[in-house]
Design a protein around this ligand. Sequence first.
Ligand SMILES: Cc1ncc(COP(=O)(O)O)c(C=O)c1O
Length: 441
Amino acid sequence: MKSTDPALKSLPARDAKAVVHGLTDLSEHARRGASVIESGHGVWVRDIEGREYIEAMSGLWCIALGYGNDRLADVAHRQMKQLAYYPLTNHKSHPPVIALAEKLLSIAPAPMSRIWFASTGSEANDCAARLSWYYWNARGLPDKRQFIAHQLAYHGNTIAAASLSGVKYAHERFNLPLPGFHHVTTPHYSRHALPGESEEAFSDRLIADIERLIEVQGAQTIAAFFVEPVMGAGGIVVPPARYYERLQALLKQHDILLVCDEVVTAFGRTGEMFGSTTMQLQPDLLVCAKALSSAYIPISALMIGPRVYEAIERQSGELGMFGLTMTYSGHPVACAVALETLKIYEEERIVDHVRAVSPAFLSGLHALSSHPMVKEVRGIGLLAGVELQTGRGRECARLAEEEGLIVRAIGDTIAFCPPLIISDAEVQALLQRFARALDRL
Ligand SMILES: Cc1ncc(COP(=O)(O)O)c(C=O)c1O
């Protein structure tokens, strides 16, 4: 049904005069105004014109349980009435943060000692960088201050997280990255392999390059290596298995912390509860956010492994205080929503559901490999990228939108990250809509 309400009709232009949008050409936005979404249910959203779309990106890789989940709304309402806010500073606590921390410790993919909470993935990654420094100071190795991450990695947009990110748009004209943040080749086999190079040889070559970087900089200056188990915003890159195996051995050899940024991959996305399990990673620190609350409220968590936690606890005792604090760290409403989200994942056996629907999702996309517009299809679980032959990603995303499908163009790659609750029938609708957009392209 088309909207005739003049108040709704004026929203795109009002937006253009009042709101700043990320990952948007702001001059183009001033001319064309916003596409305004007003409601959602399950995997579907509706705009103010009454058009319905499959939200095949879960918004920004986050609304894992889909829209309109009453349980999450109700738990937030109850917690707001009971205890809307309380800080964690100066020994204070509250029931939801304790329960959520215990729950996360019990499901962590590697042994973890404590949980630090923040509100966004970027903040949690900044905290992971800060805790790495704090840890090496506690160990009496203050020169271990530099970080390594991948080219095209996305770790967020606060200053350390943006410096860790290996994408030009987060750096250019923002005076970033900060010094001491290094970026190594993206472990994207089909893009970066030499002619005739096997996956094993490719992995070995990349690891040798990292080893050279560590030697040139000095292992005594490197604090941590940040990885996304499967790279999301970098265009959906699943590294070859051997790559992470060799990387972890190298980091161990040089006593460098491994930080897994699971902001996109945690809670079922790759067909395991954590991407670290899928990719056999054993992180010292693990960051999650987004699906932690199914995006119903901002919350992120930094899981801290035993050797790091013991050192920082000891050092804070020496200093008389742990000097990291954030007003909304462990916000009770956010914790209550996250706890309920995790409960729903368990009750609905979300990991089993992802394993059940993802073969049709992935094989349906792989079937498009023979389409003349498609160069490569990549993916795992309910995370996939279709790389196009030409630089027409944005045009393809626009056509998909005309077909009632919201996807994201990352350069030439069309990214898919649908809500985890997507049904078989909705997967088929997604595939049909995308195939129509490709044909029109
Ligand atoms: C892997 C990864 N890390 C960190 C972030 C940053 O999270 P936030 O936008 O909540 O700060 C994102 C956001 O997309 C992400 O994909």
